[in-house]
Structures are given as C-alpha cells and as structure tokens.
Write a protein that binds this ligand. Structure first.
Ligand SMILES: [Zn+2]
Length: 434
C-alpha cells in the first residue's frame, strides 16, 4: 500500500549538541511510504500529478510529523503498580514489585496486561521499547505475541534472578539459561522482535547465573543485555558486599562478560570514574530514567558526563517506578534533573537540557542506544515508517503559550514542558494507523 503524509516533517540526523545542522525541519513536505517503509520525502510543491493520484493521501498540514518515540527502559509487569507510595529502591521492590510480578506466572493475565501496556505506549506515541518481563517465561511469550500482533518493533526478555527475592519468584542458573535460550530461538529476529538477556540486577543473581547470561551473549552475539546499574546507594553497597572480588558495581557485570555494544544499563547515577570509562570503552548504552530517579529519590543522572565520553543515551520511562508512560512528561522531568544538577553540582558544568537534545534523545538517540538507527528514529528513505502526528497546541493554555513563541526551539520546549498524550494526534506503525 502506497501512502503519502502531508505536513511539517521534524527529525534529527545527528546529535544536536555535536552538529549544528542536526535538526531537519521541512514545512509543507510529504512523507511517502510503501509497504510500511519510507520511500521518499518531497516538498509538496514538487509532487507530481501521478503521485497525487497513485498514493493514498493523509493531510496533516498544520501538524508535525515526527519519528515514533523510543523508550529504552520499562517494565511491563509493573504497569498496574505505577505510583506506589513512599519507598526507595530496595524496599519498593520488596513491598510492591515482587508481589505484583508474581501474578505473571498466569499466562492469561500476562496477555491481558501486555495488551494494556502496548496500547498505553501507543497512545503516548512510543513505538519501540526495551522491556523487562517477569521471571516467568510465559510473561515474555505473552508479550511477544501481543507485540507481533501489532507489528511493533519491541525488545523484551525474561528476568533472571536466583537469589535475594521471594522463593516464589526465583529461578536457577540452569533454568534461566534454558528458558532464555528457548525464547531467543523462538522470538529473536522474528519479524520486528528482538530478545534481551535480562538479569534483574547484580543483587538478585549469583555469579553463576551472571556467567550463564554471559554464555548466552557469546552464543547469540546479536541479542541485547538489559539490566540495572548504580541506581541507589544502598543497592551499590549491598552489591559490593555480595561481590567483594569485583572492582566496582559494573565490574560484577564485566567479569561475567556482559559488556557489549548491545548492552543497555538503566540509571547509572552514581558511577565511579572507572565505570564511566568501561561503559565508553565497551560501547555500552545508558537508559536515563528521570521520573523514576526522582520518584524513588535515587539521584540525578549526569548527562553531561555521558555526552563527554560519547556514550549513547536513550530515554527510559522505567514504569512502574517511573511515573508516566508519556515521553513528553519524561523529557520535562529530564530537563529538571539537569537544572538541579546545574544548581547542586556547579563543578560538573552541566548544561540545561535543550529541547533539541531532549527530542533527539527520545528518537534518534534512543535508536542509537538500541543499535537500531538504521531502522528507526529518522524520517528518511529506507527507514521503517513509525511516526507520530503531533500538534503542539491543543489545550487553551498551550494555544496561548504557542502564540508568543518566536522560534521552533521555543515551540519544542513548550511541548516538552506542557505536553501530554493529548498532543499525540495519531501514531503510525509501519505506515499503519493505530
Ligand atoms: Zn527498571
């Protein structure tokens, strides 16, 4: 099916903090798609009569066409426990998370929540995510089935955890290896789906289990590694107690061979210098999760440092510790994290997160963090046609605000701070409306 989308195209071809002309802004242009792939982009004034009659036309003349948002860290089994009160990481896991994740041994329940979760992501304009399942193999089966049905580009994995969790929720090094392997064989690279080997974090895995995870990465070099790193001070202290031989927290993963170009570490708030260097040297990526980091009181991510070291960073909502599925809300809080860092740690020379960098992180930056920049994150020929139609002014307050903005950057910032799911007018997945 050939389709043509008329509007203002807006996307990044590079990191705006590294290149001056990174933002591509094409008013009155047309995005042509063929069988879900972007075929060409043209100024409307250059469109031929044949093109006008051969394509199915969609008119979004006064709106923005932007790449689908990319969420590089989220837990689907925690959907129902979003906004659980009053705890920091380790207590929050015990009190709220583990009892909730227990429900996902039930396949029918896992299907129901997978469906709800994916619809919620789409409603918020997020078309790709790197997703934690629960420890149950069935939770990932259910998730991939629902994602496949919607033709979404999604990455998911079964949690591996064999200690420091309730007995009803632990696996063993052998069973986690076997079940992960079965899931990889069945789902990895099936259509738009990919697998992530997913140890929850160092605390809940024995050395033996982490080595099994490393073995999977060796056997399947193309799969992802998805875990948490250096989120909270008590977590770090406990990790060091459990792995006294490791040089630092990241060293625990490093000695199990878990540092690859397709490794994504969520949070990375309290990293030591050597850990930063190791992440950079191994081309690992970081998921920056501002709403979660503020909600659990974990700390303020150092975006400036990641930028200095050229480490790929993507945005993560980290639902259910994160407080919103919405990427605009997440970028809003990310801005405040950089503002706080600027105020509290002047020696770091933190810049305030610019709207250009923010929208880059939510699109092409996320794609790079997931090694998917050849498939998604830009509106260029050959890319998969996952995109949003965005209106930056839908509420009376937004309309009033937009009247006084003078530049595109100001308009983007207004959307970042005042925006929500109402601004996502439509979401297209492989050129199809959802
Ligand atoms: Zn998380």
């Amino acid at each position: 099916m050939q389709k043509a989308f008329h509007g203002t195209l807006l996307y990044f071809k590079a990191d705006p903090n590294q290149t001056d002309d990174a933002l591509v802004h094409l008013p009155n242009h047309v995005l042509f798609t063929n069988n879900g792939i972007i075929e060409k982009v043209k100024a409307y004034t250059e469109v031929s009569a044949t093109e006008k009659s051969n394509y199915q036309w969609y008119n979004f003349k006064d709106q923005w066409i932007v790449p689908g948002f990319i969420d590089t860290h989220i837990h689907y089994p925690q959907t129902e426990m979003i906004g659980a009160y009053g705890e920091a990481l380790l207590e929050w896991l015990e009190k709220y998370t583990f009892p909730t994740e227990r429900k996902f041994e039930d396949y029918a329940y896992a299907k129901e929540i997978s469906s709800f979760f994916l619809n919620e992501l789409l409603k918020n304009g997020t078309t790709t995510a790197l997703v934690f399942g629960s420890v149950h193999k069935n939770s990932v089966e259910a998730f991939f089935e629902e994602a496949e049905q919607r033709n979404l580009r999604m990455i998911c994995g079964k949690v591996m955890m064999d200690r420091n969790a309730p007995e009803y929720l632990v696996d063993t090094p052998e069973s986690s290896y076997k079940e992960s392997k079965e899931l990889i064989e069945k789902w990895h690279n099936k259509g738009r789906l990919s697998y992530a080997v997913t140890p929850r974090f160092a605390i809940t895995s024995t050395q033996k289990q982490l080595e099994k995870a490393g073995q999977l990465l060796l056997e399947y070099p193309d799969v992802y590694l998805h875990t948490h790193l250096s989120e909270n001070q008590n977590e770090i202290a406990f990790t060091k107690e459990l792995f006294p031989e490791a040089k630092n927290y990241l060293g625990v993963y490093k000695q199990a061979n878990l540092l690859t170009k397709k490794s994504v570490f969520a949070h990375c708030i309290h990293l030591e210098n050597e850990e930063w260097k190791d992440l950079a040297n191994h081309n690992c990526s970081i998921a920056f999760c501002p709403t979660s980091n503020l909600f659990l009181g974990s700390g303020l991510f150092n975006l400036e440092k990641a930028e200095e070291l050229n480490i790929h960073v993507g945005m993560g909502t980290d639902v259910g510790a994160g407080t919103s599925f919405n990427m605009l809300n997440t970028l809003n809080e990310a801005y405040k994290v950089t503002q706080l860092r600027k105020g509290l740690f002047p020696e770091d020379n933190q810049k305030s997160l610019s709207p250009l960098k923010a929208f880059y992180l939510a699109t092409l930056g996320g794609a790079k963090a997931l090694s998917l920049e050849d498939q998604i994150g830009k509106l260029e020929p050959g890319m998969e046609a996952d995109f949003n139609i965005i209106d930056p002014a839908v509420s009376p307050l937004q309309k009033l605000r937009m009247k006084s903005v003078k530049t595109l950057e100001e308009a983007l910032f207004g959307l970042q701070i005042l925006g929500n799911s109402e601004n996502i007018i439509a979401t297209f997945v492989m050129g199809k409306s959802n």
